[in-house]
Design a protein around this ligand. Structure first.
Ligand SMILES: Cc1cc2nc3c(=O)[nH]c(=O)nc-3n(C[C@H](O)[C@H](O)[C@H](O)COP(=O)(O)OP(=O)(O)OC[C@H]3O[C@@H](n4cnc5c(N)ncnc54)[C@H](O)[C@@H]3O)c2cc1C
Length: 457
């Protein structure tokens, strides 16, 4: 560890959740805006806000530069209990928001598959959840945020005061400035439980049909696809859909404390898993077991927030299971007109025998105005793939082109490898984003490994 400057902290080796390509950066606490400002005005390789490092690739890394460390800045600065409007420091996690506000009857407006993400990370990736078709993405529920821009000034930004900067920051992967605080509209809930319907679908057509015809009746919907299934079973899935329960829907023993919320992780994966432990056979066996264990059709099962939204959070550091080489996540969205691309990509991945645990299929509603925001109406598929198979890179490059050719795009918060030349086609508002970046950051003070890789800074 080195301490290069009294304003800066020690240097740290940082990874994304996929644990590939670690790089070092000097840390400053987000809690101390003066030190962040000093870094913004002086750092040679720029500054980047970082949350809990749950983006999979290099989005929250800044090799040789400075990182403003989000989790140093936690807490609520104001709360309106009538409107559910909360102002929080950007390093506050969704887990903490749930711990503090679920017992008061308020839930986060959007949650990803883990609640170990910060408010700053949620804005910078404009994260989506199982309710995108009903509620849009995270930044649709952000009223304003305070952000430090390239001059070192902190400004309050809302859609009313500066729509361009608001929408360039929503999904802008930290490259428009360091977010210090945000005002969010929470969602009112009567209980902390969900009423969930589950359907086992025998193939891809069956699950897509269920989603197209039925998702509108549910607040939340997600399908877990068995990528190991091929032939007539290609795309077989378990579809979980639900909404928050009313008090009357709870079993009587839960009614005295309808908003009870327990936040815990039960087990931690040790850091000793060799690469290769997850192979075709283990993954196939896991998928088979998981598919068989799901009920063929179940209605009105009452589930906790963790069971329904965040089952992976029950195992701390589960990303180590892929071994020291790490893994990548590939997530794309394509419009409804390109439904065939979903089949084509699943077919190709299944037939290559890529060892992926469950893949996730969701339907998005309309996207928002975020220049680099990922969601657009259509189908989104996300899957984890361990690093190691030589065929993987060329295959994903080819599939990226199929996705982009169909009018789709790759999710930057999950990405570690997409080619820069695809950016303008994937994100048609890129030039608009660049002009906002040039306005608020003319000296390119905000940089990241992802930004350099994709020509964004
Ligand atoms: C198990 C798992 C499931 C997931 N499921 C989903 C899902 O369903 N939907 C979804 O959308 N995403 C999902 N994700 C991805 C995750 O929600 C995003 O990557 C999110 O941005 C991570 O938040 P973080 O606080 O860890 O941010 P980091 O990963 O630390 O950073 C992400 C980006 O935010 C920027 N950033 C962070 N803090 C600040 C700040 N204060 N100021 C400016 N920029 C900042 C960083 O520079 C970086 O570009 C999942 C991730 C995991 C590990």
């Amino acid at each position: 560890m080195s301490v290069p400057n009294a304003h800066l902290g020690p240097s740290r080796l940082l990874r994304g959740w996929g644990r590939t390509v670690p790089t070092s950066a000097t840390m400053v606490p987000l809690l101390d805006p003066e030190r962040v400002r000093h870094a913004v005005l002086t750092a040679d390789r720029g500054v980047l806000g970082r949350g809990l490092g749950r983006s999979y690739g290099d989005g929250a890394q800044n090799s040789g530069g400075v990182i403003a460390d989000g989790p140093s800045a936690i807490g609520v600065t104001s709360f309106d209990p009538d409107l559910g409007r909360v102002s929080v420091k950007a390093g506050t996690s969704l887990d903490q928001l749930m711990e503090w506000f679920v017992p008061l009857g308020w839930f986060v407006p959007v949650t990803p598959g883990t609640r170990q993400v910060t408010v700053g990370g949620a804005i910078a990736a404009d994260i989506h959840g199982k309710n995108h078709h009903q509620a849009g993405s995270w930044c649709n529920h952000v009223e304003a945020f305070r952000i430090m821009i390239g001059s070192g000034d902190v400004i309050n930004v809302s859609v009313a005061t500066d729509p361009d900067l608001f929408w360039a920051t929503a999904g802008g992967m930290g490259l428009t400035g360091v977010i210090l605080e945000a005002d969010i509209r929470m969602k009112k809930i009567e209980t902390s439980r969900l009423v969930v319907d589950t359907d086992r679908a025998k193939d891809l057509d069956a699950v897509m049909d269920l989603m197209v015809t039925g998702d509108a009746e549910y607040d939340y919907s997600v399908a877990w696809i068995d990528l190991a299934a091929t032939g007539a079973q290609l795309g077989r899935s378990v579809l979980d859909r639900g909404r928050f329960a009313t008090v009357n829907e709870l079993p009587s023993k839960m009614r005295p404390d309808p908003l009870a919320f327990v936040s815990n992780s039960l087990a931690t994966v040790p850091g000793i898993f060799p690469s290769g432990l997850l192979n075709k056979l283990t993954v196939r066996a896991f998928n088979e077991l998981w598919f068989r264990k799901a009920p063929e059709k179940r209605r009105d099962s009452v589930q906790s927030i963790t069971q329904f939204f965040h089952p992976l959070d029950l195992v701390g550091d589960w990303n180590r299971i892929y071994g020291p080489r790490g893994f990548l996540q590939w997530q794309y969205v394509v419009p409804d007109s390109a439904t065939e691309v979903v089949r084509q990509t699943i077919e190709e991945l299944s037939s290559t025998g890529v060892s992926s645990f469950l893949a996730v299929l969701k339907r998005f509603g309309a996207g928002n105005e975020g220049h680099l925001s990922f969601p657009e109406a259509g189908w989104t598929l996300a899957l984890d793939i361990p690093i190691g198979d030589q065929r993987l890179g060329p295959m994903l490059d080819r599939l990226d082109e199929t996705v982009v050719g169909a009018g789709g795009r790759i999710y930057l918060a999950k990405d570690s490898r997409v080619r820069a030349e695809l950016m303008p086609a994937m994100y048609p508002r890129l030039e608009q984003w660049r002009s906002v970046k040039a306005r608020v950051d003319p000296k390119t003070r905000f940089q990241s490994d992802l930004g350099r890789r994709l020509g964004l800074c």
